[in-house]
Unconditional design. Structure first.
Length: 364
């Protein structure tokens, strides 16, 4: 039989972790003050102590929400439910840690892709110099759109156009030269829409999701259409994902020798565009398995193939599609014909409404 708690019982309430250690505080005023005489002062002190404990517990509960920037919608509930199911050892849908792989698109999924993809920032000056040296480059559609400042045409050129720009701007540079330039430039260049440096222009709810998955034994990867060398240069600083867990489009390189040492030099060509149906083969080459969790975004239709490939794995899986429907806090744009949203409805992907699901887009 369970005994009713008496006033003399000491009840300990766990407080939030501070400095990596558990701190506990007695919730019973009698336990705090022992046999102190019941004077007016002692009663007030006891009441204050009790109030403090309740407040601390409430604050602890508020801080314990791993997805604090998400509104309490069905999307958030579905994420938490899925993680609970696949991490419960005795559960029917348990997934061993070695199989808990999560793959994320980057542009438009983890960071904004409008008004221009972040990968263009480090090469804006270089692209103009490259065109001066090789005027024939200006004939490519993506480069023409870039020179005109035509954002719509640049978006229409897609990942192919973006990678043509990168390839032209890096032609003749070594891989080390390009990598060394990227992060410092991103750190000092402000993202105009959100007023923070590009390195901080990360969707806060997705940053929390990455941390939540990692805390539950998932290994996070990026599978982006942006050039892999750019994404590797920024992934750890911006997203906490090490460069060896990055997949992306590749530019052509050749082995050369400079100063008596071997180097890899960009040759101005595009080797592989990692988009649409090209993403599942890239993931399979890197991982050798279908990911359990995949996140992408609508806007270019480029993530549906890897989401479907994840969905068709044997066992539980989760697919998350970011819908850019918040013109006030970010941007509102959609694909002609609604390809990605229609696919989400058809195949049972979970759709994130920026407007409805997120309390904040980018942290100030």
């Amino acid at each position: 039989m369970r005994r009713r708690l008496q006033a003399s019982d000491t009840m300990l309430v766990s407080l939030p972790l501070v400095g990596g250690e558990d701190h506990v505080a007695p919730a019973n005023p009698i336990a705090i003050f022992g046999a102190m005489p019941l004077t007016r002062r002692s009663v007030l002190a006891s009441l204050f102590a009790a109030y403090f404990c309740v407040f601390a517990v409430q604050q602890g509960f508020a801080q314990s929400d791993p997805l604090a920037s998400w509104n309490d919608t069905p999307t958030k509930a579905a994420i938490i439910d899925f993680v609970a199911r696949v991490t419960t050892p005795a559960g029917p849908e348990f997934v061993p840690e070695e199989e808990r792989v999560a793959v994320f698109d980057m542009d438009g999924t983890l960071i904004p892709e409008k008004p221009v993809p972040a990968a263009l920032i480090p090469i804006i000056i270089d692209i103009k110099a490259a065109i001066t040296a090789k005027p024939m480059l200006a004939e490519k559609p993506g480069i023409q759109a870039f020179l005109r400042g035509d954002e719509a045409a640049l978006a229409a050129a897609g990942e192919q156009g973006l990678n043509e720009l990168i390839a032209a701007a890096t032609d003749g540079k070594t891989t080390e030269e390009f990598s060394a330039e990227v992060l410092p430039l991103m750190e000092k260049t402000p993202e105009k829409r959100f007023g923070v440096p590009y390195t901080r222009a990360v969707y806060q709810p997705m940053r929390e999701l990455l941390a939540y998955l990692e805390a539950n034994g998932f290994q996070n990867w990026i599978c982006s259409g942006s050039p892999i060398l750019f994404t590797r240069a920024v992934s750890e600083a911006m997203l906490g994902i090490p460069p060896q867990r990055v997949m992306g489009s590749t530019a052509g390189t050749r082995l050369d020798e400079r100063g008596g040492k071997t180097v890899l030099v960009f040759d101005g060509s595009v080797d592989h565009v990692n988009d649409r149906e090209g993403k599942p083969p890239t993931i399979n080459l890197a991982l050798g398995m279908r990911p359990v969790f995949v996140a992408g975004n609508e806007g270019g239709g480029g993530d549906i193939a890897m989401m479907r490939w994840s969905k068709d794995r044997k066992g539980p899986s989760f697919q998350l599609l970011i819908n850019h429907d918040d013109a006030d806090r970010e941007f509102a744009y959609a694909e002609p014909g609604g390809y990605s949203l229609n696919a989400a409805s058809k195949y049972g992907f979970h759709v994130v409404s920026m407007k409805q699901d997120w309390k904040v887009v980018v942290a100030p």
